[in-house]
Design a protein around this ligand. Structure first.
Ligand code: KG4
Ligand code: ZN
Length: 358
């Protein structure tokens, strides 16, 4: 089965062609085109929804043509069209979903409206052929979730953030320190020469039961230190970044450790897997800390290649392929959904959802 995937939920215009073997269910990426809009948003220090939607409109046709061209397939040769339908920026989502509907209508190929979080969640099955169930840490600019993944559409949320997303905390810290957007890579770079022990920043939620995150206290602590020291020297900035990153890494380890324990008590494989996904998974210190934790707890850490951890079309095509293989088809009246939590009934989103917009 060959599926075209389209992703426009935020600031990446992406399309990809993925193959799924009908017999063993293994996946292969035929093409994967990602056009980042970072430069268009950088001047504003964050993603501007209207700019994102317009940029998708301008770029998407070319990105899809490039994905088909790279894969060496025509629209007639594909078996289905998948597009992210949510969660995300509504204007941005509509560009990709409407394009997918038009292509589905013109070609008569089936349409699958993909949940963006589910696409992140299933990527490890494409890259590593992972079997259900597994534990997933999804950490990006918009999402912070610890999920138990039991099957297509079957998710149990172990934890989420009660305020900022993890990537958002990196972005806000960078902004506060005058570092460029996106903040994660900038903070990581600055942290390299910094002293991670200079500031005793809080590890919010550490030691508490459960796996929820809260990052606003840490953000405030960073702001207070920065205000106390202003004007900041390059060394101050490096030390704040290093201390912040260290606090985040230790917090993540504490929250994930609790999720691992819960996963074991609720029925886990003998050698369970922890999958990391989302842009923040690119962070070297967080990856290394999770690697140490996994080694200590007998988990197998699965970190898809960075380009597949951040937003891309291949993950959408793959989620579409997995669903298509079950026989699911979505109607052309399927709606884009700015909010679409994964632990809600994903399956129910298909035929019976008419009129549901939230
Ligand atoms: O998954 P992603 O590309 O887009 C979505 O948010 O959906 O994630 C982007 C987020 C941004 O907040 C960015 O600052 C963060 O991931 N990020 C990082 C790193 N690289 C990207 N955070 C920490 N360390 C990094 N190296
Ligand atoms: Zn994402």
């Amino acid at each position: 089965m060959i599926v075209l995937g389209i992703e426009t939920s935020c600031d990446e215009t992406a399309a990809a062609v993925v193959h799924r073997d009908d017999e063993d269910g293994r996946g292969a990426i035929r093409s994967n085109i990602v056009l980042s809009q970072i430069e268009e948003h950088a001047a504003f220090g964050g993603v501007v929804p209207e700019i994102a939607a317009r940029a998708h409109v301008e770029a998407l046709d070319g990105v899809i043509a490039a994905a088909l061209g790279d894969a060496g397939v025509t629209l007639e040769e594909i078996d289905g069209i998948a597009a992210t339908a949510g969660p995300g920026l509504i204007g941005a989502l509509l560009v990709g979903l409407t394009t997918a509907k038009a292509l589905a209508m013109a070609t008569g190929k089936p349409l699958i409206a993909v949940n963006h979080l589910e696409a992140h969640a299933l990527t490890a099955r494409l890259t590593n052929g992972l079997s259900f169930p597994y534990l997933l840490l999804l950490v990006s600019g918009g999402h912070t979730q610890l999920l138990r993944v039991d099957g297509l559409g079957i998710y149990r949320r172990y934890g989420t953030t009660i305020d900022d997303a993890l990537g958002e905390a990196f972005d806000k810290t960078a902004k506060l320190l005058g570092l460029p957007y996106p903040g994660g890579p900038a903070v990581e770079r600055a942290a390299r020469t910094g002293d991670a022990t200079r500031f005793a920043l809080p590890r919010p939620m550490r030691g508490r039961p459960g796996s929820d995150f809260s990052l606003s206290g840490l953000k405030t602590a960073v702001r207070l230190e920065a205000e106390r020291l202003a004007p900041l020297s390059a060394e101050d900035i490096a030390d704040i970044c290093a201390s912040f990153q260290f606090a985040i890494a230790e917090t993540v380890v504490d929250r994930v450790d609790n999720a691992m324990k819960r996963f074991r008590t609720e029925g886990a494989p003998v050698e369970p897997a922890l999958v990391v996904a989302g842009g923040v998974a690119a962070n070297g210190m967080i990856r290394a800390s999770l690697g140490d934790l996994a080694a200590a707890t007998g988990f197998h850490l699965v970190a898809p290649p960075l380009g597949l951890c951040t937003d891309n079309g291949a993950m959408v095509a793959w989620a579409g392929a997995e669903w298509l293989a079950t026989g699911r088809r979505d109607g052309l009246d399927v709606a884009a959904r700015p909010r679409w939590p994964l632990d809600a009934d994903v399956l129910g989103f298909g035929a019976g959802i008419k009129g549901a917009k939230a």
